[in-house]
Design a protein around this ligand. Structure first.
Ligand code: ZN
Length: 182
């Protein structure tokens, strides 16, 4: 397994729509292992493939460290589709490994339904709520080229501008490796 540099705000791959995965082969399994190692090293709870420079429609989640999710089994989500959103919305503070030092309130559906492929290429579908729903929606956003600043009120986005510029200039410190300035 290897640690991969994390892409950050301004890297073009984070703005692309990820390509569907046609089969779970050895290369993809290696990608998944590297993503778990990279995410854990950075103390993240979710990571999308384009956050490590891979244009693949896939993300991983591990909520083990989160209150109330002690029994959480690490989740690998391939070619996801969000097939249901609740009208109930909740606002909570989010962070992102591709937006070091930024925290912002994001409004999202409290409940969702997701359909995806697991690593055995079996179709899975389940309903998620609370933190799991939020992390799924956050990671799904990455696969369609969206990030936290695209989901906040204009006023909040305005306040984030200087921090976003610092990230693009790499005028930041992280305790995990990030990509070099493009
Ligand atoms: Zn993120």
């Amino acid at each position: 397994m290897s640690l991969l540099p994390v892409t950050v705000y301004g890297d073009s791959i984070l703005r692309e729509t990820a390509k569907s995965i046609s089969s779970v082969d050895d290369e993809l399994i290696k990608n998944i292992q590297d993503m778990f190692e990279t995410m854990r090293n950075a103390n993240g709870i979710g990571l999308a493939a384009n956050q490590v420079g891979l244009n693949k429609k896939m993300f991983i989640i591990d909520l083990k460290g989160v209150d109330g999710y002690d029994d959480f089994k690490p989740l690998v989500v391939i070619n996801p589709k969000i097939v249901g959103y609740s009208d109930d919305l909740v606002t909570m503070e989010e962070g992102c490994l591709s937006l070091p030092d930024i925290r912002a309130n994001v409004e999202r559906s409290e409940f969702i339904k997701i359909k995806y492929l697991d690593t055995d290429e079996e179709v899975q579908e389940f309903e998620a709520e609370s933190w799991l729903a939020r992390v799924i929606l956050h990671e799904y956003d990455h696969l369609i080229g969206k990030m936290i600043p695209d989901r906040v009120e204009p006023r909040i986005k305005q306040n984030l501008q200087s921090d976003l510029i610092r990230i693009m200039k790499r005028d930041i410190e992280t305790d995990y490796q990030i990509t070099e300035r493009g």
